[in-house]
Design a protein around this ligand. Structure first.
Ligand SMILES: [Zn+2]
Length: 83
């Protein structure tokens, strides 16, 4: 195993533990950790963070959205396509 900053930099990516966590997040939160890490690798950190900045903020009020919820905790907007 190679230790590094991101899982996608490891020679075992995606390892069994990450695959298991990814499956849980895909099923429960409609978000793929493995997919995000692959996007980070292909897009580069700046473009990836720009995309995530848009995806992670409520369209109604601009608050940061928790990946574990489909409702904005700030304004109550129900976010389509989540959970
Ligand atoms: Zn909101």
């Amino acid at each position: 195993m190679t230790r590094s900053g991101f899982c996608h930099e490891c020679d075992q990516f995606p390892c069994a533990r990450l695959k298991q966590l990814d499956k849980r997040y895909r099923n429960k939160y409609h978000s793929s950790l493995v997919g995000n890490l692959r996007d980070l690798k292909t897009m580069g950190p700046e473009a990836y963070m720009e995309r995530e900045d848009i995806r992670c903020h409520c369209a109604g009020c601009g608050a940061v959205i928790c990946i574990h919820s489909n409702v904005c905790q700030q304004c109550g907007l129900v976010l389509p396509g989540r959970i």
